[in-house]
Design a protein around this ligand. Structure first.
Ligand code: SF4
Length: 478
């Protein structure tokens, strides 16, 4: 598996994990405080490490980073020590390169042509090849993260010293392949870059006389910034004392946003490329009720990411929406299950069925997606033990059948429940009374768009992969 959970987080092995979130502020006093709040709003995108780099009045880049949640790494004094009106920040969930403080971003590079910092959300598919080429030419990497590669590409040629920096950035962006939203911070500007497929989101907003950049728009609302627009696929935006300038580093672009951003990762209050995430999920629930109706008494969603879809399913089917499952919000990431028996009970610590609601009821259970199926199976069992007479599982996305190469830890074929099983076998494994998935067509309708990355459902990858899927699977890399 690409992403390793290094903490004692009591999250199930069935949870999906996003790689990261990025946030930046240009030209607003107290940029580090704003970045701190912005990273808080992006915490769901990565809980294993975070950091902030600020440019102070002397034009020096200063960084604080650490392993853990934003509230664990930073306190008031640390944030106050980062003085300046320009900053970038990052929250990390480790995928390529694994965990460890050296892989926590933003990365900070000292260079005689000017120091710079870099924060990345996504995953590069040609990182192994580029890394080897760079090492052969003398590059020494500080981390095992693929995100560091861009910095080495930007500074690879001494002869580039007199070129405007934007040209070396554009050359470097044309060499990397895969999913990325990059923020690059120099003492006098921020560059914001998005991959040509548009796989990962990145937006820009106005705050006072300055600008804010974020992986998700929910962070703008937290600090009172006003959304301007999304960074376009294949675009580099430069923000400095001249304002905002835009350049396309390639014309070969798509709008193949990761469908999982809508289905699972992003916060419901975020808008991705003009579509609100809650509204999208509610619409998938409505369409799911049309495509896979169920003879039942109540609709129950798996908290939290499936609640919007459950609302839509209930509305469309005319069945009551009930709070049949409750999530314990107060299990911290450092909660330790001391024994195997307790680990088994872990899912009950996180989630419990409400007996008086589900007893003797035929339940439609709505979940956003199924990866390995272990959690769904436990939830079905839990609902039946709580007295549900039937459990009809309905999934607000298609069947996940293929690994992700773009920064989401969707694992090997062998671990994916739906990769080799028929619908009947999936139903049997979950011990459900019936099963239904949403179609790809419904995802397009719900998103009001005609392009996505749907590779984990369809196996059709938007980029070249640089490694055969079989090899990646054999390596246990995915
Ligand atoms: S393969 Fe799936 S998880 Fe990965 S980027 Fe595409 S849609 Fe998202």
């Amino acid at each position: 598996m690409n992403g390793q959970n290094k903490s004692n987080t009591p999250k199930s092995e069935d949870d999906l994990h996003e790689e990261c979130g990025v946030f930046g502020v240009w030209g607003v006093p107290d940029a580090a405080s704003l970045t701190y709040y912005g990273l808080h709003s992006l915490q769901h995108r990565g809980q294993e490490g975070c950091g902030i780099v600020v440019v102070n009045e002397e034009g020096t880049l200063k960084r604080i980073k650490g392993e853990g949640l934003v509230s664990e790494v930073f306190d008031e004094a640390k944030v106050a020590s980062l003085q300046g009106s320009t900053a970038i920040g990052h929250v990390r969930y480790s995928t390529t390169g694994g965990g460890g403080i050296e892989n926590v971003q933003p990365f900070l590079f000292k260079h005689h042509t000017g120091d710079f910092a870099l924060a990345h959300n996504g995953n590069l598919v040609n990182s192994a090849q580029l890394r080897q080429q760079l090492e052969d030419r003398g590059s020494l990497f500080h981390s095992t993260s693929d995100s560091e590669i861009l910095a080495h590409l930007i500074k690879k040629d001494a002869s580039d010293r007199d070129k405007p920096r934007i040209f070396t950035i554009i050359e470097a962006l044309n060499m990397i392949e895969g999913a990325f939203a990059f923020l690059i911070l120099a003492k006098d500007r921020i560059y914001a870059c998005r991959d040509k497929y548009g796989l990962r989101p990145l937006s820009i907003a106005k705050l006072g006389d300055g600008y804010v950049l974020s992986s998700e728009t929910c962070a703008f609302d937290t600090i009172g910034a006003e959304f301007i627009r999304d960074i376009e696929p294949g675009e580099v935006v430069t923000i400095d004392h001249h304002g905002i300038r835009s350049r396309k580093y390639t014309e070969q672009t798509r709008h193949a946003m990761c469908a999982m951003e809508y289905i699972y990762f992003s916060r419901p209050d975020s808008d991705i490329e003009g579509r609100n995430v809650h509204s999208f999920r509610k619409e998938t629930g409505r369409l799911l009720a049309q495509e896979a109706p169920a003879d039942a008494d109540i609709v129950v969603g798996v908290p939290d990411s499936s609640l919007s879809a459950a609302m839509g399913y209930a509305e469309q089917s005319g069945l009551p929406y009930e709070m049949g499952l409750i999530k314990n919000k107060y299990i911290g990431r450092t909660f330790i299950f001391p024994s195997q028996a307790m680990r088994e009970k872990g899912v009950r610590m996180k989630l419990s069925a409400v007996k008086t609601i589900v007893k003797d009821k035929r339940v439609v259970l709505i979940d956003d997606s199924i990866v390995r199926g272990t959690t769904s199976r436990r939830i079905v069992k839990m609902l039946k033990e709580a007295g549900a007479s039937e459990v009809h599982v309905r999934i607000a996305s298609p069947q996940i059948k293929a690994p992700c190469f773009y920064g989401v830890d969707i694992s090997t074929y062998d671990e994916l429940l739906c990769a080799h099983k028929s619908l009947d076998q999936v139903k049997e494994y979950l011990a459900a009374d019936s099963i239904g998935f949403l179609s790809e067509e419904a995802l397009f309708e719900a998103g009001q768009r005609n392009d996505y990355c749907l590779a984990c459902f369809s196996g059709r990858y938007p980029t070249a992969l640089f490694q055969s899927i079989e090899d990646a699977n054999k390596d246990g890399k995915f």
